[in-house]
Design a protein. Sequence first.
Length: 160
Amino acid sequence: MAIQVGDRMPSVKLKVVSAEGQQDVSSDELFAGKKAVLFAVPGAFTPLCSAQHLPGFVEQAGALRAKGVDAIYCLSVNDAFVMDAWARDREVGDKVTLVADGSADFTRATGLVMDAAKFGMGLRSQRYAAVVEDGVVTHLAVEQPMKFEVSSADAILKAL
């Protein structure tokens, strides 16, 4: 069963990409004591993710922070090297922290797994966005397959 509003985010090891390089971090550390927005994409460098989803959060980072968001995380089932290259390619800077879930441990633990084998991508995350307060999900918007309507930065701004 997929994670729901009111649930605590699962405790899983991840890698974050920042200007200081790649760092191991637990999901507990990511969300502790913060109001965070987490959005997940099926894959770095994929068309919709690169053209709209990630750029929308980069563009709206200031507006999200003005609504009390302390951190914005983009998660994908990609390794940290790919996520680092994507962050540089999309000129993310410090507006969004990219999170690598290379083995899909977090994605499986949330129950938001998508089998993208027919696209040659294997196990991936569904497209979604969540507001997480001190580790607890307070808003969750999961996209229907092949849609991009409820998990955009604008949709999350409206939900805050």
